[in-house]
Ligand binder design. Structure first.
Ligand SMILES: Nc1nc(=O)c2c([nH]1)NC[C@@H]1CN(c3ccc(C(=O)N[C@@H](CCC(=O)O)C(=O)O)cc3)C=[N+]21
Length: 299
């Protein structure tokens, strides 16, 4: 038996469609257009591609996109001055500073400078705390995207064993919180976990976010488990010179023979991340105006 392949690309398109419908309604009924500001410091080629993709999808959904590209040697003071302006700008409902930033800048300090109500990355201590406390905030886009895929696959996750591999603030911790909310029994595994294969083998739901290409092997996976692959490692393409290839954290070809359902890389979690960024911007906009939140687009 071979696993069902979860089509994150198609699912992300349906989320973007819902976002666009809500944006149209906000515009028609209230004359409001959600706006997303993306700040990019320096010239990382991968970041340029992501930011261009975010811009395109934001505009396609009918929202405003404000791009701010700053030179690599931008001082913290100048960056903070921009963030302060965006915090105060009523046309801007979401602010994202693309990571990584150059070494002289501190990602934590940047996140702390962004108004938590506009922190559509869900990275601020305030939003992390609200999630942990089970209160309403903004949830980090990649975990939110994984949750949407999982809810579609497993309408009731109550009592299921979930193992999240990776413990970052960006992904592992918020993902674990969301699974806990779905009534899963949650384990966060990481590089120091004693018996990683044995731990993963218990899981009905495996979420892999370690950043090590093809680390999760077929004999780590319980037959029938749902496997969500958050990894993205870019390698030189084995057959096409000069091209690159993306690998996930899961040994896809082997694991698909064991799992019940699995996300591919690319075309799995990645497209959901940007769709959820748009969803969070609409959510932030609705809250800023005291309007009803979009249905099916929040955690
Ligand atoms: N403040 C901040 N927030 C982020 O959310 C953030 C960030 N910084 N820095 C970089 C990472 C990475 N990230 C991705 C978004 C989309 C795809 C995506 O769409 N991937 C496609 C393929 C892309 C390709 O082919 O290169 C896929 O998996 O199918 C991947 C990765 C957001 N990030």
């Amino acid at each position: 038996m071979s696993a069902r392949i979860i089509d994150g690309k198609a699912f992300a398109a349906t989320i973007r469609e819902k976002v666009a419908q809500h944006v149209a309604r906000l515009s028609d009924a209230h004359g409001i257009t959600p706006g997303l500001a993306v700040v990019l410091v320096g010239e990382d080629p991968a970041s340029e591609v992501y930011v261009a993709s975010k811009h395109k999808q934001t505009v396609e959904a009918g929202m405003r996109s404000f791009e701010h590209k700053l030179p690599a040697d931008t001082s913290e003071a100048d960056l903070f001055a921009l963030i302060d302006r965006l915090n105060a700008d009523p046309e801007v409902h979401g602010i994202l500073c693309q990571f990584p930033v150059p070494d002289h800048l501190d990602e934590r300090a940047i996140v702390a400078r962004i108004d938590p109500a506009k922190d559509v990355d869900g990275l601020s201590v305030t939003n992390a705390g609200l999630l942990a406390a089970g209160e309403k905030g903004l949830v980090s886009c990649t975990p939110l995207g994984c949750l949407m895929l999982l809810r579609d696959e497993l309408p009731d996750m109550t009592g299921l064993e979930a193992v999240v591999i990776g413990r970052s603030n960006l992904f592992g911790k918020p993902m674990a919180q969301l699974l806990l909310r779905e009534n899963c029994t949650v384990t966060i595994a990481h590089s120091r976990t004693r018996d990683l294969p044995g731990t993963v083998r218990r899981a009905d739901i495996v979420v892999a976010a370690v950043g090590r290409a093809e680390m999760v092997k077929a004999d780590w996976v319980k037959p029938g488990a749902t496997v969500i692959d958050v990894g993205i490692t870019r390698i030189p393409h084995p057959d096409k010179p000069g091209k690159t290839k993306l690998l996930g954290d899961v040994d896809f070809e082997a694991v698909r023979e064991v799992a019940g359902a699995i996300t591919p890389v690319p075309g799995g979690v990645g497209p959901m991340t940007i769709a959820c960024l748009l969803a969070n911007t609409v959510t932030a906009c609705c809250r800023a105006h005291g309007l009803a939140e979009p249905e099916g687009l929040t955690a």
